[in-house]
Ligand binder design. Structure first.
Ligand SMILES: Cc1cc2nc3c(=O)[nH]c(=O)nc-3n(C[C@H](O)[C@H](O)[C@H](O)COP(=O)(O)O)c2cc1C
Ligand code: SF4
Length: 507
C-alpha cells in the first residue's frame, strides 16, 4: 500500500510537471506546487519512524488524525440527537441558552422522552393547582445556632469554580449576574480574585491548598494561616465559608491547575510559581480526625466573625460519613451546611478513573446525608446544598424533594455564559472564553452581555420551579417531599419515598 500511494503522488507530480512545460500558466503552476508538496509530505511520512500507520499509509493516515481530533464536533453537530449528548444533552443545553437569552421556551408536538422507559421520572399535578405567583420558599436561611451572621440566600447558587479554571471575564460575569439576581457565587478553591469582587454575594471556598487562606510552611507544605484567612473571610461580600473535602469529579484527588492556565496573575493570587502545574493535596493539613475537624470548623467560624461555615464533599466511605455526623451530634457543634456533590459532577480537569469510577452519585449521597441528619437530630441545624447536573426546574425540584435545602450549579451557569460543551476546559483553548486564560479567547466573552444571561438563567429557572410546584398543588417549595417524585420501574411506577426511604437496603 505504501509504495502504491507514493507512486501515485510521484506520478501525479510528474504529470503536473509535464503540464507546466506545455501550458506554463498560473493554474498549472499552482497544481504542480500542490502535488509536489503532497509528494514531499508522503515521502516524509513513509520514512518517519514514530507512527506505524503513517509509514504504512503515507499522507492518507493524516485524515484519521484529523477526524479523530474533530470527532466531538462532528458528533455534536451532525450525529447527536436531543437526548443522547453527554455529559449534558442538547435538550438541556438549549433550555439554558433559551432561559439565558429570554427566548421562547416552549416545545412543539409533545415530549421526545420515552415515558414508558425504565427510569423515567415525573411529578404529578393537582386538580387544584396554585397561583405560581404566590409560591413561597425561593429563599433559604443558612446558619445554625452556632452562627451569628446568618445568610438569607437563594435556593439556586453558582457552585465552586475558581479563577484559574475560569477566565476573569467569566468570573466577572458570574459575579455581576449573581449581584443582579441576589444569589451567591462560590469562589472555588483558587481564592478570592478582584474579579470576584463585583458586588455579588460570595461563598469563600477553602480547599486543601488553602489559596487565599494559607501559605507555604518552612518545608514547602501549604498550611492554613489564621491572619490570611481572616482578612478574606471578613470581607462584606463573603456571606459563607465552605471547607472543601472533595468534589464528585475527582474525589480523593486534590485540585489541578494545569501549567498553561497558571498565569502570573493567578500565581500571584494563589501565592505559587507561575506556569507550573499546581496540584493541591488530596487532604487537609489543618486537622486529621473528626474532633479536630469540629474544632477547625468553629475556629473558621470565629475568624469569620460568626458567618455560616459549611463543608463540601462527595459521599465516599459511608461509615466515615456516619462517624463524622455522629461526632457533630456528640460535640454539639457542627457545620452550618453540607454541600453534597455527586460523582457525576463537573470539573476543569480530572484523571479519567477519578471522573468515571470514584464517588457516590448525587441522589444516593444526598439521601444518605439527609437520613443521617434526621437520625442524629441535626436536620434543623445543618442545611444541605446538592450539586450534580442540576439544569432544569425538575432537577431542582427533585433534589429539594430528596432533602436538599438549596442547589449548586456549575456547568449550567457555564452554559449561560455561552459554553458550547466543546470539552477543552483542561487545554486552555476554550473557544468561547469561559475556561481559558488565553487573552484573545477571553475577549470573546463580553461581560456586559453575559452577566445579564447569568441573571436571566437564575430568575427564569426559579420561575419555572414555582410554576412546576404550583401545578403540583403545593404552595411552599420547602414542602416538597420524596413521595412527590415518581419513577418508572418496568411496568410499575413508584415514588422516591418508597425507593429511598422504605427500601433501606438500596442505599
Ligand atoms: C470548570 C469547573 C471548575 C470547578 N472547580 C471547582 C472548585 O474549585 N472547587 C470545587 O469544590 N468544585 C469545583 N467544581 C465542581 C463544581 O463546583 C460542582 O460541584 C460540580 O461541577 C457539579 O455541579 P454541576 O453538575 O452543576 O456542574 C468545578 C467544576 C467545573 C465545571
Ligand atoms: S466551551 Fe468547551 S472548553 Fe469552554 S467551558 Fe465549555 S466545555 Fe469547557
Amino acid at each position: 500500500m505504501r509504495n502504491t500511494i507514493l507512486s501515485v503522488f510521484i506520478l501525479a507530480t510528474i504529470l503536473c510537471g509535464v503540464l507546466v512545460y506545455f501550458i506554463p500558466q498560473t493554474g498549472t503552476i499552482i497544481l504542480l506546487s500542490i502535488s509536489g508538496l503532497l509528494t514531499l509530505i508522503a515521502i516524509y511520512d513513509s520514512l518517519q519512524t514514530k507512527h506505524s500507520l503513517l509509514r504504512a499509509f503515507p499522507l492518507i493516515a493524516r485524515l484519521r488524525w484529523f477526524f479523530e481530533e474533530e470527532r466531538d464536533k462532528i458528533q455534536q453537530y451532525f450525529i447527536e440527537d436531543n437526548l443522547n449528548g453527554t455529559p449534558i444533552n442538547r435538550e438541556k443545553r438549549s433550555l439554558v441558552y433559551q432561559r439565558s437569552k429570554k427566548q421562547i421556551e416552549t416545545v412543539p408536538f409533545g415530549t421526545q422522552h420515552d415515558v414508558y422507559k425504565k427510569g423515567y421520572e415525573f411529578v404529578k399535578h393537582s386538580l387544584f393547582p396554585r397561583d405560581h405567583h404566590q409560591i413561597a420558599g425561593e429563599r433559604v436561611v443558612f446558619g445554625s445556632d452556632k452562627c451569628t451572621q446568618k445568610y438569607n440566600g437563594s435556593i439556586i447558587n453558582i457552585s465552586a469554580m475558581s479563577f484559574g479554571s475560569l477566565s476573569k471575564n467569566a468570573v466577572m460575569a458570574l459575579n455581576q449576574g449573581a449581584k443582579m439576581a441576589s444569589f451567591a457565587h462560590n469562589t472555588g478553591e483558587g481564592g478570592i480574585s478582584p474579579y470576584h469582587l463585583q458586588g455579588g454575594d460570595l461563598i469563600f471556598q477553602v480547599g486543601t491548598g488553602y489559596f487565599g487562606a494559607g501559605r507555604f510552611d518552612g518545608e514547602g507544605k501549604r498550611v492554613f494561616d489564621d491572619k490570611i484567612f481572616k482578612k478574606n473571610a471578613i470581607r462584606p461580600e463573603v456571606k459563607m465559608i465552605e471547607i472543601k473535602f472533595s468534589q464528585g469529579a475527582k474525589p480523593g484527588h486534590g485540585g489541578i491547575l494545569p501549567a498553561k492556565k497558571n498565569t502570573e496573575e493567578i500565581a500571584q493570587i494563589r501565592a505559587v510559581t507561575p506556569f507550573t502545574d499546581v496540584n493541591s493535596p488530596p487532604g487537609h493539613s489543618a486537622f486529621s480526625n473528626y474532633d479536630e475537624m469540629v474544632l477547625f470548623i468553629q475556629k473558621v467560624r470565629d475568624l469569620s466573625e460568626g458567618k455560616p461555615v459549611g463543608i463540601k464533599l462527595c459521599v465516599g466511605n459511608n461509615d466515615e460519613i456516619e462517624d463524622m455526623i455522629k461526632t457533630f451530634a456528640l460535640a454539639g457543634n457542627y457545620p452550618d451546611f453540607i454541600a453534597v456533590d455527586g460523582g457525576e459532577g463537573g470539573t476543569g480537569a480530572a484523571p479519567l478513573e477519578f471522573s468515571n469510577y470514584i464517588g457516590t452519585p448525587l441522589i444516593e449521597g444526598l439521601v444518605f446525608i439527609n437520613k443521617l441528619l434526621i437520625e442524629y437530630g441535626l436536620k434543623n441545624q445543618i442545611k444541605i446544598i446538592a450539586s450534580g447536573k442540576a439544569i432544569d426546574a425538575f432537577d431542582v425540584v427533585k433534589y429539594l424533594a430528596l432533602g436538599a435545602d438549596a442547589v449548586g450549579m456549575a456547568r449550567s451557569f457555564m452554559l449561560s455564559l455561552g459554553c458550547i460543551q466543546a470539552r477543552e476546559c483542561n487545554l486552555d483553548t476554550c473557544p468561547v472564553g469561559v475556561a481559558t486564560q488565553d487573552k484573545d479567547l477571553v475577549k470573546a466573552l463580553v461581560v456586559e452581555k453575559k452577566n445579564v444571561r447569568v441573571k436571566n438563567y437564575h430568575n427564569k429557572t426559579i420561575a419555572a420551579i414555582k410554576e412546576m410546584v404550583a401545578a403540583m398543588g403545593i404552595s411552599d417549595i420547602t414542602d416538597l417531599k420524596p413521595k412527590h417524585i415518581f419513577r418508572r420501574r418496568k411496568e410499575k411506577v413508584v415514588n422516591l419515598e418508597e425507593v429511598y426511604y422504605l427500601e433501606k437496603e438500596l442505599i
